[in-house]
Design a protein around this ligand. Structure first.
Ligand code: UFG
Length: 330
């Protein structure tokens, strides 16, 4: 039986494909390569280039492959972009999952693990955030993912498609051997941008907002290593294989680091000065996002190996030094 990974050429998807293959799974990948990289896909996976919204293409993939479960990463995920172009997000993320679920239903595939996000909670009512807390997104990206969760719920009731929604907090790092890593165009995420400054590719970091109600006024986020995150998907798939009910899990470290603290950690790891300046707030940013992730640990047996942001940044810096131009395909 085959695991079908949608978005397997992307940053998180490529690490999940890599881990699945390491664990001996048979893997097929679908990716439209709009943001992903063909070079990021483990060579032992079969690759189909196409769009999840193209139902004829997807039906053909399901006809060719003996799909047991789907792991779905194929979505847009940039908060500020979603503020400027919400329909792009509702079309690809929410619309994409409708097309996908139709094809899954028609091919009797009834297990899916997919990327949701901390952004579905919006400005949290309490910290750390629990899975049962209210979901009220402050940006269209979070809303598009919340829509996916709600659609899945009704498709479980109607068609018996079981799902696990994994609500990621802030993902960073790279495979420790530096062979795959993060390569976005344009880059918007804090850790890779800090490392671009460290590498001399940018003059300085802009820190968006220093007047948030946090310890040093800059936003606080909960960082999780991309390989730990990839492993959670495999555990979630095993949970569904064992008859688990549809549910959602937070994936974070339960610890928050401010943007200033992340900058300092990167200065420690790289030994570079990394100049920075304060800049206005970025629209759509919640001030603090920290996960309660006991549920993933208790129910899935998730045991993240990277619990220190220095270690996370070290793996991202290793990837950056080995691949100064990323996958060099843009
Ligand atoms: N930031 C800066 N300067 C930059 C880039 C980012 O100060 O040049 C700040 C942001 O304003 C924010 C923090 O760094 O305060 C983290 O920003 P990222 O863009 O790295 O990540 P986000 O928190 O916006 O979003 C990420 C993922 C989302 C996910 C969210 C959940 O991109 O998909 O984490 O916590 F939903």
């Amino acid at each position: 039986m085959t695991v079908l990974v949608l978005g397997g050429a992307g940053y998180i998807g490529s690490h999940a494909v890599d881990r699945l293959i390491e664990k001996g799974e048979d893997v097929a990948v679908v990716d439209n390569l709009v943001t992903g990289h063909a070079k990021a896909i483990n060579e032992n996976a079969r690759f189909y280039e196409g769009d999840i919204r193209d139902k004829a293409f997807m039906a053909d993939v399901f006809d060719r492959e003996n799909v047991d479960a789907v792991i779905h990463f194929a979505a847009f995920s940039i908060v500020p972009e979603s503020m400027k172009d919400p329909l792009k997000y509702f079309d690809n993320n929410t619309g994409g999952v409708i097309a996908l679920l139709e094809v899954m239903r028609d091919h009797n595939v009834n297990k899916i693990v997919f990327s949701s996000t901390a952004a579905t909670y919006g400005e949290p009512k309490q910290i750390p955030i629990k899975e049962t807390d209210p979901q009220d997104p402050t940006n269209p990206y979070g809303q598009s993912k919340l829509g996916m969760e709600k659609i899945m719920k009704w498709c479980d009731i109607a068609y018996g498609i079981k799902f696990v929604a994994l609500r990621y907090f802030n993902v960073a790092g790279a495979k420790p051997d530096g062979s795959i890593g993060e390569d976005h165009h344009p880059e918007t995420h804090l850790v890779p941008i800090i490392l671009q400054v460290a590498a001399g590719e940018r003059d300085q970091l802009q820190i968006f907002g220093d007047d948030y109600p946090t310890k040093d006024g800059t936003c606080v986020r909960d960082y999780v290593h991309v390989v730990d995150l990839a492993d959670a998907h495999i555990l979630a798939m095993e949970y569904l294989n064992n008859g688990g009910e549809s549910t959602a899990f937070n994936l974070g470290s339960s610890t928050g680091f401010s943007n200033m603290e992340m900058l300092q950690a990167a200065r420690d790891v790289t030994g570079q000065e990394i100049p920075a300046e304060m800049a206005p707030r970025r629209p759509g940013d919640p001030s603090t996002l920290i996960a309660a992730s006991d549920k993933a640990r208790d129910v899935l047996g998730w045991d993240p190996q990277f619990d220190d942001v220095h270690e996370i940044i070290k793996t991202a810096w290793n990837w950056k030094q080995k691949h100064p131009n990323g996958y060099n395909d843009r």
